[in-house]
Design a protein around this ligand. Structure first.
Ligand SMILES: *Cc1c(COP(=O)(O)O)cnc(C)c1O
Length: 474
């Protein structure tokens, strides 16, 4: 057996490794520097192992394959470093608009428009007619106003930013009246009271959790009132002995008192979803018609577009928003704008929305279609998991997610996987199984319920890709 000092001598120099022809494609892809650093660190780890007399390493050093082994190790290290940590996944959770999984999948025309905008200079803020500085909101404003009937529109980074901008612009250092029943928290720490504080507004809670009346608002309007706000209680419902004040009533009061009435719709939608057999969700148009001076909603919830916060309403108020220095910090880039333009355009042809917009395609996917997909997947999953689990097709319910229609569940079908586990090991076996699906080339995310792993097939668009990668399951 070699002494360790002799073993150290067997190790090639960094330069020698870098000169190996097998590494040259890697070097041309990622550059000399990264491969050099990885080689140095790999050789360092070998030296470490020699000092600890690691038996496996010692055997490796005796062989003729030392240099190829090192090159392989370096390749693995560099590839890992350069692999994106942001990867596509299969969302089989049953939550269609899943915030943690990136919300809406964009339609192909929007994806193309993003690439075009990314690749080139654009007239983002440049008026091609006058040759002077333009307004980035102008690109969307016409379409948004045409569809919603609003006088003006602007777009920011997300709806949280929209609410912040509206409050800060229209009610800084003033009181904002809002019902106690509407002090919502949305996932990811968006809480109305906190946003009020960040916007430098004074929250004035109105009424009680379950019942708020118009007279409660009336008696609280005073010289310090900045605006009246209504927030769509998107992720919960107060049931039983309840009362809330409608947008129309609040708008009337706000007009009388000469203060703005603002509505945060959260999800918001530009079409009446009942025409697609979906539950009703307040539309932007209805809210404007009811008299809201400003309406804000998300670009990537029910709208099915990119992350954005859309604000529509009275021209005079929108102008004030645009002139707030915060707007500069919250504005969207040309890539978001390019995608949003395409998505908004799809709304000009509502009949074809369910085929052209992935989100609405998912939400309206016929049950029979989901069931067939579940049956096909069931056969393949049973093969892939033979001996490890039993696989069946079960009725389940999908939810829209991201706070839209929380209590309305859509009938769907799931593949239900029950692991064969020894007594007392059920949870561990189940978690292990879920983890192996998550470690597939395109990770599969389901949900665990009642000792079973469920894959809701509603949002499975690439069925062939899903089935094909099951052979990698370990
Ligand atoms: C989701 C939601 C928000 C935040 O919107 P993002 O686009 O996620 O920033 C604000 N208000 C309500 C009522 C919501 O449902």
């Amino acid at each position: 057996m070699n002494s360790s000092s002799a073993l150290y001598k067997l190790l090639p120099s960094v330069d020698r490794v870098l000169q190996s022809p097998v590494l040259s494609p890697l070097i041309s892809r990622v550059g000399h520097e990264s491969v050099k650093l990885a080689t140095r660190s790999y050789l360092e780890s070998l030296r470490e192992k020699i000092s600890q007399a690691d038996a496996k390493t010692l055997k490796l050093l005796d062989s003729d394959t030392l240099l190829p082994e090192i090159c392989l190790g370096v390749q693995v290290m560099v590839n890992k470093e350069f692999a994106s940590s942001l990867v596509p996944v299969f969302n089989l959770t049953g939550t269609v608009v899943h915030t943690n999984l990136g919300r809406a999948r964009l339609p192909e025309n929007a994806v193309k428009a993003m690439a075009v905008a990314a690749r080139s200079s654009t007239n983002l803020e440049f008026d091609l007619v006058s040759g002077k500085r333009g307004d980035r909101d102008a690109h969307l404003e016409r379409s948004l106003c045409a569809i919603t009937g609003a006088e003006a529109a602007t777009v920011v980074n997300n709806n949280a930013a929209a609410v912040l901008l509206v409050l800060n612009t229209l009610a800084q250092n003033r009181e904002v009246l809002i019902s106690r029943g509407e002090l919502v928290e949305i996932g990811g720490a968006f809480r109305i009271p906190d946003v009020m504080q960040s916007a430098n507004c004074i929250l004035k809670e109105i009424g009680t959790t379950n019942r708020t009346h118009l007279r409660d608002y009336e008696s609280n309007v005073n010289a310090d009132t900045g605006l009246i706000m209504k927030v769509h209680t998107s992720n919960y419902e107060i049931r039983g002995f309840t009362n809330s004040v409608t947008a129309a009533e609040l708008s009337k009061l706000a007009t009388e008192k000469n203060i703005p009435f603002v509505s945060d719709l959260g999800s918001g939608t530009l079409v009446d979803l009942t025409q697609f057999g979906l539950p009703h969700e307040p539309t932007v148009m209805e809210t404007l018609k009811a008299g809201a001076d400003i309406v804000s909603f998300s670009g990537d919830k029910l709208l099915g577009g990119p992350q954005a916060g859309i604000i529509v309403g009275k021209r005079e108020l929108i102008e004030q928003l645009k002139n707030n220095p915060l707007k500069r910090a919250l504005r969207v880039d040309k890539i978001t704008l390019a995608a949003l333009l395409e998505v908004i355009n799809l709304y000009k042809d509502p009949q074809r929305l369910t085929t052209r917009l992935p989100l609405l395609a998912d939400l309206t996917r016929p049950l029979a279609d989901i069931e067939k997909a579940a049956e096909r997947a069931c056969v393949e999953l049973a093969k892939a998991l033979a001996g490890r689990a039993t696989v069946t097709v079960q009725a389940c319910r999908s939810q829209i997610g991201s706070g839209a229609l929380p209590l309305e569940l859509l009938q769907s079908r799931a593949v239900e996987i029950t692991p064969v586990a020894s007594k007392g090991q059920t949870d561990a076996t189940l978690n292990q199984l879920a983890a192996s699906f998550r470690s597939l080339p395109t990770p599969v995310i389901g949900r665990i319920s009642d000792g079973k792993l469920l894959f809701d097939m509603r949002c499975l668009a690439d069925e062939a890709g899903f089935i094909q990668q099951l052979q990698n399951l370990c």
